[in-house]
Design a protein around this ligand. Structure first.
Ligand code: MN
Length: 128
């Protein structure tokens, strides 16, 4: 069964690029455009992993990660923060807030899906 990823991202271009790359490899993708909707979608869909932007309307990524960690049924769902290259301090902050790991923006289309697959396992992804 295809693994389901939730992308919480307010930038449409980033969202569509991540979605395109992941769907091409066989993942099912759900999107949320702000932090509040992202928490709701996580609780409703119980995705296999969550890709989390930091700068978001309504609730920022730190607040979203902290909120998700309060729910026992989401405790084992990896949260992958998508952080800007320059924001080194933010990475420590988001890991402390509950993220499992992070990847850097801008997204590199050549390595993005492989990086995400490390967090969710490769078995559902289509081969090259
Ligand atoms: Mn953003």
């Amino acid at each position: 069964m295809a693994k389901t990823l939730l992308i919480i991202e307010d930038n449409e271009q980033n969202y569509y690029m991540m979605r395109y790359l992941l769907e091409k490899k066989g993942f099912k993708v759900i999107g949320a455009e702000n932090g509040k909707l992202g928490v709701e979608a996580a609780l409703q869909h119980k995705p296999d992993a969550i890709l989390l932007d930091i700068q978001l309307p309504e609730m920022d990524g730190y607040a979203v990660a902290a909120e998700l960690k309060k729910h026992a049924d989401l405790a084992n769902v990896p949260i992958i923060a998508v952080t800007s290259y320059a924001m080194v301090g933010d990475r420590e902050h988001i890991l402390a807030a509950g993220a499992t790991g992070y990847i850097e923006k801008p997204i590199n289309p050549d390595t993005f899906v492989a990086e995400i697959s490390q967090f969710v396992g490769q078995d559902s992804a289509k081969p090259e």
